[in-house]
Each structure stands twice: as structure tokens, then as C-alpha cells.
Design a protein around this ligand. Structure first.
Ligand SMILES: *Cc1c(COP(=O)(O)O)cnc(C)c1O
Length: 423
């Protein structure tokens, strides 16, 4: 099936007389007839539902759909994008380990790696996202377990050279985890360029209507954990909390996702509700249509801003003069995303005047949704960072992040035009 068809049909095939729409299985528990039947489930010896913290039919159908969209072997849904990135890293890292990450990643993920994981004994080295192959390699240590980056950085809009990062990761026998939130599998499938694990905040385009907060981790099944000796011993040696199961032996290419479910979900419990998975699934059905419109609207909005006298600079890889245009043409030939960032001549004060003059666009801590939204990263999402950290994250104090929606582009541009008059 082609991606557009998968968006509608993957993950759930109704049988005769069954609902066409994915049913919401709003139940915590599932019934069995004998003690032994349920015992087998706890030992991971039989497959079946028993408790929604571990697995639920609605959630599983949507996870299977996302796995197909990314071209992976298995996926797990989480209650937020933050939980997805936390689990993706923590599933293969423990105290004493080290992570290398691109510096322009989303502010929440930056904090997760720089502050919270550090408290758990996991250290992170950040490299310039545009660093050379040699510079990326120089950040690796013997205890490095993960290389982490975003396809399109939120909000810096830096495009990742995925092949370069994959090569650096694999040269050190480490998997590359790529947060593919902004691109979505419609515009880029990182596994095709060598990434091993993909994460998403499904809160963004995948949902697309701003209805639910969610995340997903997808495994390509390509990384050979056993080839790394005991480096990933959580996957390759017996798990005493699961009667000595060896994930790679029992689950093969699904080892990583099975471990995330049976250890991390069991113990940390960041599950999405079946209702939220149902809403996410509705969003996924129209994802290709919406991405096409987001990208074409953003292209026109970026061209308008770029030509405006009050605008100093526009970051949008669809513009031929953009620093990342060539990388975007390689990795995202059908378009990047609907998010633009730009800088006004008047700096921070002009940015605030502009934002307060908008009528159609909402000021909201959100992006990648049907409605056009704006945000001032320095006073909102990135306000915990000092000026040096802002610079490193590719965010300047006067930068405005504009998430172009799927309204009529003439209305969007008219709103920008009248607000720029007051800026
Ligand atoms: C929003 C976002 C996150 C965090 O996701 P939540 O669903 O808000 O927890 C992580 N990564 C990227 C790239 C994001 O845009």
C-alpha cells in the first residue's frame, strides 16, 4: 500500500459486521477463564490483553499504523512526545552512560537530556547540528549509547543531514534516534536514510487539530544489538524482572519495543488513553492531505515575509536562499513542514507588537495544527534558557515562530500584512 492508503487502512481491518471506524476500547482490564491463561500473559509466553497500561487494542492499532507509515517493525504510543523521547533513550541507557545530541533540538528534549537525565547519571554532549562528520565523531566516548537529533529542528528549522549522522552513529556501534515530528513520514522517512529509531510528538501534525497530547517510538528493527557485545545488555542479557527473558532472543527485531512496553511502561506508565489514540487515528487519516496544504501555505507565507521591508530574515528551507535548501531538497523533496521562523527589523519589541496585532493567528504554545499560530520562543518555549543557550539552540531574542495552518492562504497573508503595519 502507498502511504495515503496506509493512513486510512493500516493497523485495523474490520471483519464482517464490525465497525469501519476504529473502536475505542475504553477498558482497563480484559477477562480470562483460567488462572493459567492469565499467568502465561504475565510471563510474555502468550499474547493477549490484560491491562491497558501494557497494551490496549485501540492503542495497538494506531501504533501499528504509525509503524507502517515509518516503515518500521514495531511501535509504542506514549502519553506525550516528551515521554516518547525519554523512553527512547532510557530504554538503552542507564547511569554511567553517555548520549550525543544535536544542539538545536526542541527545548523540552534539550532539558530532558541536559538536566533530568543527568540527575539519573546519564550525561549528554551537544554538538552543533551542522557539525562535520569528524566533529560529531569526536563527541563520542566509549560509554556513548545513543546519537539523537531531529529531522527538522523545532523551532530553529535546521535540517538534519541524516546520512551523516547515521554514519557517525554506526561507526561507533550506536543507534541513531531521530525525532521526526515536524517532517512526519509523509515528507521524510528517516529509516530510509539510516536512522534506527524514530520518535514523534503526535501532538503536532499527526494529530493535526490540537486535540490530544501524545507520542510514539518506532523501531526500524535494523540495529544489531547483539553485534555490540554486552553494550546493550538490557536487551541481550536476561531481564530478572521478567523471569530471565532475553529480549533479543525471544523477540528478535521487536526486542527494543517489547522491552519499552514490558519494562518502561510497566514501571513508569506513560500510556495514552484509548480515547486519545482514537483521536490521533482520525488525524492520521488526513495527514497526507494536510501536510500538502501546510507546506504550500507556508511556502507562500515565507515568500511574502521574505519580500517584506520590515522583515530582516526568514528561516524556511523551501526558500531557495535558505541555508538548508539543498538538504531539504535531498531529504524532504515534497516539502518540509508548515513552520516558519522570522526576525523583524525592530527586534524583541517589534515582535511583541506584531504578535499582539494579529487577528486570525492565535498566540499559542503549539505548532503544527490546522489553525495558524504564532509564538515568541524567547519569551515562551525557550524562556528558561540564557542568551548563550538560546544562541546554541538557534533561537534569537527577536525570533517569531509562525505555524502556518490550513486556512485559505489569502486570509493568512492578509493577517500578516496588517500586523506588520503595526510592528
Ligand atoms: C512538541 C515536541 C516534543 C514534545 O512533545 P509533547 O507532545 O509536547 O510532549 C518533542 N519533540 C519535538 C520536535 C516537538 O515539536
Amino acid at each position: 500500500m502507498k502511504l495515503e492508503t496506509e493512513c486510512i487502512h493500516a493497523g485495523y481491518t474490520p471483519g464482517k459486521g464490525e465497525p469501519c471506524a476504529l473502536p475505542i476500547v475504553q477498558s482497563t482490564t480484559f477477562k480470562y477463564d483460567t488462572t493459567d491463561e492469565m499467568g502465561q500473559l504475565f510471563d510474555l509466553k502468550a499474547e493477549g490483553y490484560f491491562y491497558t497500561r501494557l497494551q490496549n487494542p485501540t492503542n495497538d492499532a494506531v501504533a501499528a499504523k504509525v509503524a507502517e507509515l515509518e516503515g518500521g517493525v514495531a511501535a509504542i504510543l506514549t502519553s506525550s512526545g516528551q515521554a516518547a523521547n525519554f523512553y527512547a533513550v532510557f530504554n538503552i541507557c542507564e547511569a554511567g552512560d553517555h548520549v550525543v545530541a544535536a544542539s538545536t533540538i526542541y527545548g523540552g528534549t534539550f532539558n530532558l537530556l541536559a538536566v533530568t537525565l543527568k540527575k539519573l547519571g546519564i550525561e549528554c554532549t551537544f554538538v552543533d547540528t551542522d557539525a562535520s562528520y569528524e566533529e560529531i565523531c569526536a563527541a563520542f566516548r566509549p560509554n556513548t549509547k545513543v546519537l539523537f537529533a531531529e529531522t527538522i529542528a523545532n523551532p530553529a528549522l535546521v535540517i538534519l543531514d541524516i546520512e551523516k549522522y547515521a554514519k557517525a552513529a554506526h561507526a561507533h556501534q550506536v543507534p541513531l534516534i531521530v525525532d521526526n515530528t515536524f517532517a512526519t513520514p509523509v515528507n521524510c522517512r528517516p529509516f530510509e536514510w539510516g536512522a534506527d529509531i524514530v520518535t514523534h510528538s503526535t501532538t503536532k501534525y499527526m494529530d493535526g487539530h490540537g486535540l490530544q497530547v501524545g507520542g510514539v517510538i518506532v523501531d526500524s528493527g535494523n540495529f544489531d544489538w547483539e553485534a555490540c557485545g554486552d553494550k546493550y545488555h538490557g536487551l541481550t542479557t536476561p531481564d530478572e524482572s521478567y523471569h530471565g527473558i532475553v529480549y533479543t532472543k525471544q523477540f528478535g527485531k521487536k526486542a527494543y519495543i517489547t522491552k519499552a512496553t514490558s519494562q518502561l511502561m510497566r514501571d513508569l506508565g506513560s500510556i495514552p488513553s484509548p480515547m486519545n489514540c482514537f483521536l490521533l487515528n482520525i488525524g492520521l487519516e488526513t495527514l497526507p492531505l494536510r501536510m500538502e496544504r501546510h507546506c504550500s501555505n507556508a511556502q507562500k507565507a515565507a515568500e511574502f515575509l521574505d519580500a517584506h521591508e520590515k522583515v530582516v530574515s526568514v528561516n524556511f528551507a523551501g526558500l531557495p536562499g535558505d541555508k538548508y535548501h539543498a538538504l531539504a531538497e535531498k531529504y524532504l523533496p515534497n516539502g518540509t513542514c508548515g513552520v516558519i521562523s522570522f526576525e523583524l527589523k525592530g527586534g524583541r519589541e517589534a515582535a511583541v507588537r506584531f504578535m499582539d496585532s494579529l487577528k486570525l493567528a492565535n498566540i499559542a504554545t503549539h505548532v503544527a495544527s490546522s489553525r495558524t499560530m504564532v509564538l515568541h520562543p524567547a519569551s515562551h518555549t525557550h524562556r528558561q534558557m540564557n542568551d548563550a543557550q538560546l544562541l546554541e539552540a538557534g533561537v534569537s531574542p527577536g525570533m517569531i515562530r509562525l505555524s502556518v495552518g490550513i486556512e485559505n492562504i489569502e486570509d493568512i497573508i492578509e493577517d500578516l500584512r496588517q500586523a506588520l503595519e503595526n510592528a
